[in-house]
Design a protein around this ligand. Structure first.
Ligand code: G6P
Length: 369
């Protein structure tokens, strides 16, 4: 049954390996690449509200907030709508400015997070339209929204969110594409190209999972570190944040995710020969800049673990450890680059003897504030 570990040692590992299927499930009946259609039945009645939105406010907590950050890049690039990504707990208590033509997208795996629910009620009382992106069908948040799309990732048991995250990112990608198409902010040919590439993502995630043995080797080297830094730029910035959160949650190693260029404004002070720096370096647009960020780390003897696109030469020559992932469109990279970071945190936590599925002090859903 869906609630068994199916031969995996932990639910988390099972859920990591389910992602080719869960991403496919979240696109089923919605992405029709051959026909050039994105159809999100659950929000169709509110599609015009989204098209006319002057602003999108994304509210979420934890990993779902990281998915929201990816959403910010997607909606702004594709649909040219300004986006703000808010921690629900901060948003709800600061008397935020909310307009009636704002669309709020609330992201929640469980659909029960107290702060997210309260933020929705607040935005609703100010007249905004609320769209939900939830995994649990019939959950409180799903019921509180005007409309929404379920992520259909299936039940997630591991406290550290994995497949729910990639499903959320998939859904936000579909929404951004649908909006771009209806607003005319994307050409038909580019739209179709992205649809086909998105359709290929489950296969590429399958391919990416083959890095597991390599990750075990890397985990063996770094399992006893006390700190780690995760860097990324653009679409890979939220990926870095999420990678760091995964490591913290289940291995209890202090980790920080940072936009690579911000490193010089603080975290660079921490770098010495003890410090592993995980760099998500698949970028096309800012590749040279990421390379120079890596050089800055190397100059201070930090250890580089780099996620690169297959065939990469430049970063390979600089990094201490390389994880190669299949090439894709830059905006779809989070769906690929997240996978090795999930596996890295998993293996390190297992090697440290941590309770991976139920880490100390954490709850799967936080129903109190
Ligand atoms: C808890 C969980 C996280 C999750 C966050 C938000 O902290 O441990 O994995 O990302 O809540 O949960 P939600 O269900 O709203 O996505």
């Amino acid at each position: 049954s869906a609630l068994e570990k199916e031969g995996f040692d932990h639910f988390m590992l099972k859920e990591i390996y389910e992602q080719p299927r869960s991403i496919r499930d979240s696109m089923r009946g919605r992405l029709k690449a051959r026909e050039g259609i994105v159809l999100l039945g659950g929000i169709i009645d509110y599609q015009q509200k989204l098209v006319n939105a002057k602003r999108i406010i994304i509210i979420a907590c934890g990993t779902s907030w990281h998915a929201g950050l990816v959403g910010e890049y997607l909606f702004e690039e594709l649909a040219r709508i300004p986006v703000e990504v808010e921690y629900a707990s901060e948003f709800r208590y600061r008397n935020p400015v909310i307009y009636e033509d704002d669309v709020v997208i609330a992201i929640s795996q469980s659909g029960e997070t107290a702060d997210t629910l309260a933020a929705i009620e607040l935005a609703k009382s100010k007249g905004a339209t609320i769209i939900g992106v939830c995994n649990v069908v019939g959950s409180s948040i799903a019921r509180a929204t005007h409309a929404g799309s379920y992520t259909h990732a299936g039940p997630e048991i591991g406290v550290a969110s994995t497949k729910a995250f990639t499903a959320q990112v998939t859904l936000l990608t579909l929404m951004a594409l649908m909006l771009a198409d209806s607003k005319g902010t994307i050409s038909k040919s580019r739209f179709n190209q992205l649809l086909h590439e998105l359709d290929d993502i489950p296969g590429k995630v399958e391919e990416t999972l083959k890095v597991n043995d390599k990750i075990i080797e890397i985990a063996t080297v770094f399992k006893d570190v006390r700190n780690a830094l995760y860097l990324g730029r653009g679409y890979n910035f939220p990926v870095a944040m999420e990678g760091a959160l995964k490591l913290k949650e289940i291995s209890y190693i202090h980790a920080e995710g940072y936009p690579a260029a911000e490193m010089k404004h603080g975290p660079i002070a921490l770098i010495d020969e003890e410090m592993p720096v995980v760099v998500v370096a698949t970028n096309k647009g800012t590749y040279e800049k990421v390379v120079s960020n890596i050089q800055e780390v190397k100059a201070r003897k930090g250890k580089i673990i780099a996620i690169v696109t297959e065939g990469d030469e430049t970063v390979k020559a600089l990094a201490d450890h390389i994880i190669e992932v299949p090439e894709t469109e830059e905006m779809l990279v989070p769906l690929i680059a997240t996978i090795p970071l999930q596996l890295l945190s998993y293996h390190i936590a297992v090697m440290r003897g941590c309770n991976v599925d139920q880490p100390r002090n954490l709850a799967k859903s936080v129903t109190v504030e």
